[in-house]
Design a protein around this ligand. Sequence first.
Ligand code: MBD
Ligand code: FE
Length: 281
Amino acid sequence: MNTHSPAAADSGASATDVFRQSGRSSAGADIPVERAQALIGDAIKAMSDIAEKHSMTYEEFNILKGWLIQVGEDGEWPLWLDVFLEHTIEDIVTRDRKGSKGSIFGPYYVPNSPVIQSPATIPMRDDEKGTRLKFTGNIADVDGGALTDATIELWQADEEGYYSQFAPGIPEWNLRVTVPVDSEGNFEISTIQPAPYQIPTDGSTGKMIAAIDGHAWRPAHLHILVKAPGHQDLIQQLYFPGDEHNDDDVAQAVKPELMLDPQPDGEGGKTAVYNYQLDKA
Ligand code: MBD
Ligand code: FE
């Protein structure tokens, strides 16, 4: 194995720590009992139904137990849940929106990235690999009115597929930025075009994928979070036409509305535009 490649346990443990610190989990304490009975009751029933349907053996039951224990020890529950379940939750909660489509958050967001005014260059290493990409656009409400107090956050993996703060040896805020829009709601961010991304194959999530002879690839993507006062946060990812994993994303998080189509800028880089519309809160 490549000695520079961060082990799944590193990124998994970091993702678990970041999730705990985010305040997004209250350990179920606030779920009303009827709702808990519906969700937990049906989850337990679904598991029993699967065991019954396939006449699950004790050997298989014990393999499942060992695997579940290992996901926790690897810190991979954020990864596993975001890859296999989050797309469904995202569909449910954004169903009634009129504005821009969103996508899943994933396990690798970190709040409070460096704030850089537009036109911004995302923090990156002097020798950061990848094609230069100038990403521009506008942020408006669903009637087209500019949202001049909006911010757009961008985070992405480097050319090797590693996210800063989830893999060793990368500067803390590499390829993470928060950009306030200008007085017309416009932003301009210079970054690099991301590469296809493989979720860690050496941890328990990767082992499960291998057990079903699946693949661990996501198409290349930018992660975006757009916020504006009085409007719903837009959690999004943008993808690139022609990526070989657009049709078989392991996380099932690609939508046709989320394509960014960069064009050559004539100087060896590329430019791409995406305009946002945010629903009212
Ligand atoms: C990622 O980079 C990602 O975006 C998701 C959703 C899951 C795992 C890794
Ligand atoms: Fe990602």
